[in-house]
Design a protein. Structure first.
Length: 111
């Protein structure tokens, strides 16, 4: 979102909420005009605060590389095979199952 979009959104929400606070906004500023003094001030204000807003957002999750996705799918398939083994699940198989789940979790949710 850029400063103009933020200013327009802020203005619209401000206009929508004003009556519920018993406040009547000015007739000449009901519609957002980015070329008016009021609009330019609103855009400049949003431009000044936008970096702070954006810096407070959490980092987007890291998308695993293609090799990691292939490894995750290979592990998931092997987990399915262990879980659906016709001979049942042994203690060793459960240990291996847990190891593979841990590895899969590391790939999908990197620290």
């Amino acid at each position: 979102m850029d400063e103009v979009k933020l200013a327009k959104l802020f203005h619209q929400v401000y206009e929508d909420l004003a009556p519920s606070f018993g406040y009547e906004t000015r007739t000449d500023t009901k519609e957002f005009d980015e070329d008016s003094k009021n609009g330019k001030l609103m855009i400049a204000t949003c431009k000044a605060i936008l970096p702070e807003i954006l810096s407070s957002q959490p980092e987007p999750p890291v998308v695993p590389m293609l090799a990691d996705i292939k490894e995750a799918l290979t592990i998931a398939l092997s987990l399915w095979k262990i879980a659906h083994s016709p001979i049942g699940v042994t203690q060793d198989a459960m240990v291996e199952y847990k190891r593979r789940i841990d590895k899969l979790t590391e790939i999908v949710y990197p620290k």
